[in-house]
Ligand binder design. Structure first.
Ligand SMILES: Nc1ncnc2c1ncn2[C@@H]1O[C@H](COP(=O)(O)OP(=O)(O)OP(=O)(O)O)[C@@H](O)[C@H]1O
Ligand SMILES: [Mg+2]
Length: 235
C-alpha cells in the first residue's frame, strides 16, 4: 500500500532523514520506533506532505505522492494524528470534528462520518458541546484519532499517541486502534518510544536512529533481538 524509497528530508541545511526505506502492506499495523530525535515525526510529516522531501519517493497505492500538497494526500486517503494532538482546545468537540472534515462538501456524508466516529467513541457524542480543554488527556487523544477518521482514511499515521497518558489509558487507545484495523481494515502506522507495548500490537516494525532505519522485522523478530531487548525493553 505504501512504499517509501530512499527518503531524505532536511530542515534548512541540516538533513534529518538520510535515506529511509519502508514498506507498508495493506491492512497492516506497522511500528516506527526510536528515541527522541530519531526522526519519527519527520518521517510521518514527510509522508503526509507537511515537509518537503529532498530525495527519494513515497508511492501510495501505486501512485507517486512525493511532495504532493498535504491536502491532496488527505484526499488520497492518508490522515495524520499529529504528535501533541494539535486540537483546537478553545473549541468544542463537535467543532474539532468539523475541522477534520473541512474538505468535505456533502452534508449527508458528513453526518454519516460523524455517526460513525460517535459509534466508535460514544464519549465524543456525549461531550459534543464541551470545550476540548476540559477533556481528559485520553479523551483528547480519542478526539484526535476521531478527527483524523473524519477524512475517511485508508491509512492513518499516529505520532506518539502515548504522550501524556497513563499506561491504562494508553492501553485503551491501543485497543481502539486495533479495532479500527480489524473491523475496518484501516492500515496503521504508529510512531512510538513505548517499544514494549507497540511490539504487542504491530505486525512489523522499523527502528530509527539518527534518521536511519537500523533494525526492522516482525514484532516477534524484534522482541527476540538482543539489541532491542537491551536498549528498549530493559531486559
Ligand atoms: N523544525 C525543525 N527544525 C530543525 N530541526 C528539526 C525540526 N524538527 C525536528 N528537527 C530535528 O530533526 C531530527 C528528528 O526529529 P524528529 O522530531 O523527527 O524526531 P522524533 O523521533 O519524532 O523525536 P520525538 O520522539 O522527540 O518526537 C532531530 O535531530 C531534530 O532536532
Ligand atoms: Mg516526534
Amino acid at each position: 500500500m505504501l512504499k517509501i524509497e530512499n527518503l531524505h528530508t532536511s530542515y534548512g541545511p541540516v538533513e534529518a532523514l538520510h535515506g529511509i526505506d519502508i514498506n507498508i502492506e495493506d491492512g497492516a499495523i506497522v511500528g516506527v520506533l526510536g528515541a527522541n530525535g530519531a526522526g519519527k515525526t519527520t518521517l510521518l510529516k514527510s509522508i503526509a506532505g507537511l515537509l518537503r522531501v529532498s530525495k527519494g519517493h513515497t508511492v501510495y497505492a501505486g501512485k507517486d505522492i512525493t511532495n504532493l500538497s498535504a491536502q491532496r494526500i488527505v484526499k488520497l486517503g492518508i490522515s495524520l494524528v499529529p504528535q501533541g494532538r494539535l486540537l483546537f482546545t478553545e473549541m468544542s468537540v463537535r467543532e474539532n470534528l468539523e475541522m477534520g472534515a473541512y474538505l468535505l462538501q456533502d452534508r449527508t456524508e458528513f453526518n454519516k462520518r460523524l455517526d460513525d466516529v460517535h459509534a466508535m467513541f460514544p464519549i465524543l457524542k456525549a461531550r459534543a458541546q464541551q470545550m476540548v480543554a476540559l477533556m481528559s488527556g485520553g479523551e483528547q487523544q480519542m478526539l484526535a484519532v476521531a478527527r483524523a477518521l473524519m477524512t475517511k482514511p485508508d491509512l492513518i499515521l499516529l505520532d506518539e499517541p502515548s504522550i501524556g497518558l497513563a499506561p491504562k489509558i494508553f492501553d485503551q487507545i491501543l485497543d481502539t486502534i486495533k479495532d479500527l484495523n480489524t473491523v475496518r481494515q484501516t492500515t496503521i502506522v504508529i510512531a512510538e518510544q513505548n517499544v514494549k507495548k507497540i511490539l504487542k500490537i504491530v505486525d512489523h516494525a522499523y527502528v530509527l536512529e539518527s534518521g536511519k532505519v537500523v533494525i526492522e522485522g516482525t514484532s516477534e523478530q524484534l522482541s527476540n533481538n538482543e539489541a532491542i531487548r537491551q536498549a528498549y525493553l530493559g531486559l
